[in-house]
Design a protein around this ligand. Structure first.
Ligand SMILES: Cc1cc2nc3c(=O)[nH]c(=O)nc-3n(C[C@H](O)[C@H](O)[C@H](O)COP(=O)(O)O)c2cc1C
Length: 444
């Protein structure tokens, strides 16, 4: 029976090519060219909106990731693609990833303000610092800046960006034809920033956007990542393998936000889940097994070796992880993902082949095979037991996995009173129940 729950679940659709499973493109039904086909993404966006999901999200890195010979890996720039999706939808939020290490605040703030205008207040920014030397080498550097320095730059980047977005008062534009005054110039402010990484005079050349500025999303889980999220993020995506880890991450992040004087409710935490959905559990497991059979083990081993910072020859497919792996403090890339993978391998005593299979579905995100009711049950359990405010849905195969989630799992969550049956607001912040940010220049 329908029961009204005081808290509402938040759901984000993480869209990636023809699915999050690395072998999804090899299934008979998958279109190997879909990852650059705007029609494929329009279809996915409409499916997600049909399910009344809060938002959809595109990951990104300014680098050719992986071996292009082995999987569809080239990808369209997210803010460009989301601009097209804004025209194909009317309510769902649109979250793009962009790097603070390889952009300048003025360009990026302008791009997100524009997306927020074009979409009528539905833009979100997944703020990443970008791990890896490969990306650095596309920007005139020999190696990636240190982890700590990347987060320091990210913090200053955010400070500058919010000043740019606030550089126009909400009421600056008056459009007074009689007086010949388009905007009250006293209501447009210089940004006046000079810091360690940036000097930006401002103002921005885009007036304040419907949401004030895009929803700020973050996805790093290291110490620096958590501190950054606690200070700036309004939503956090995270990879958590077990309920216990998810709960401890949730509690830690909420208490960090509280310690900074923030309302912990103003920061929504969404762990990822890769749901393989079947009419029976056996059917869901068969879908997982089918995908697993299509993994190219030698290629996957190389990818794993790169993540673990070891030579591929150090890993044997049918042996457990070697003892002499680096430790997290030696990792300058994605620290928390490194630790998650090593702990998963060691905790469950997986061989490299088994670990590869577990990572194939979601690169470290929790995979879950089950019926629609079982998927709804696990979501409800995490949500009601203080481990999540919602979920980042990462279908292993697209579009079929998103269709299954929207048409079979969402109705169960709605019936249980956990999820909206229709949109009540217009902006992305409305969907997440978050306030529109005040303008720092006009609120004394
Ligand atoms: C759901 C999710 C999506 C992510 N998307 C991206 C992305 O698009 N680009 C990127 O560079 N990093 C992405 N990351 C990685 C994080 O931004 C971060 O680099 C990683 O979690 C390691 O952070 P840490 O070094 O603070 O632990 C994502 C992480 C998660 C959990």
């Amino acid at each position: 029976m329908t029961q009204q729950n005081p808290r509402r679940l938040h759901l984000n659709a993480f869209l990636m090519s023809v699915g999050h499973h690395e072998a999804a493109w090899r299934l008979p039904q998958s279109d190997p060219l879909a990852h650059t086909d705007v029609e494929h993404y329009r279809n996915l966006a409409r499916i997600a909106e049909r399910g009344k999901l809060d938002s959809l999200f595109l990951a990104d890195s300014p680098v050719q990731f992986g071996d292009p010979g082995r999987r569809p890996s080239g990808q369209l720039e997210p803010t460009v693609l989301l601009t097209a999706l804004a025209g194909a939808t009317s309510r769902i939020g649109l979250i793009a990833t962009a790097s603070t290490s390889y952009n300048e605040p003025y360009n990026l703030a302008r791009r997100f303000a524009s997306l927020d205008h074009v979409s009528g207040g539905r833009a979100g920014w997944n703020i990443v610092t970008t791990a890896g030397a490969d990306a650095a080498r596309n920007f005139g550097l020999d190696d990636s800046p240190l982890h700590r320095d990347r987060y320091e730059r990210a913090a200053e980047f955010l400070e500058v960006s919010t000043r740019l977005w606030d550089s126009w008062a909400d009421d600056a534009i008056v459009g007074d034809k009689e007086r010949g005054v388009h905007a009250e110039s006293g209501r447009v402010f210089a940004t006046g920033h000079a810091g360690k990484y940036f000097r930006v005079d401002g103002p921005l050349n885009v007036p304040r956007s419907p949401q004030g500025y895009p929803l700020l999303v973050q996805a790093g889980s290291s110490e620096s990542g958590r501190d950054f999220a606690a200070r700036y993020a309004e939503a956090v995506f995270t990879a958590q393998q077990t309920f216990e880890e998810g709960k401890s991450f949730y509690e830690d992040l909420k208490s960090r936000a509280k310690a900074l004087g923030r309302d912990p409710e103003g920061l929504k935490i969404l762990p990822g889940i890769v749901p393989a959905i079947g009419a029976t559990r056996a059917e869901a497991l068969e879908l997982e097994a089918e995908l697993e059979r299509l993994i190219l083990p030698e290629y996957a081993k190389q990818q794993l070796a790169a993540l673990l910072r070891v030579a591929p020859e150090q890993l044997e497919l049918d042996a457990e992880l070697p003892d002499d792996l680096p430790t997290e403090d030696e990792i300058e890339g994605a620290k928390s993902r490194f630790t998650l993978i090593v702990e998963l391998g060691r905790r469950e005593r997986l061989t490299v082949r088994q670990l590869i299979a577990r990572l194939g579905g979601g690169r470290g995100h929790r995979t879950f095979a089950g019926t629609p009711v079982q998927v709804a049950d696990t979501i409800q359990h995490w949500f009601e037991s203080g481990a999540a405010d919602g979920f980042n849905i990462m279908p292993p195969v697209l579009p079929s996995g998103l269709e299954a989630f929207v048409d079979q799992v969402v109705p169960i969550l709605q019936e249980r009173g956990l999820f909206r049956t229709d949109y009540t607001g217009r902006t992305l912040r409305d969907h997440y129940g978050l306030p529109r940010p005040q303008n720092q220049f006009t609120t004394a």
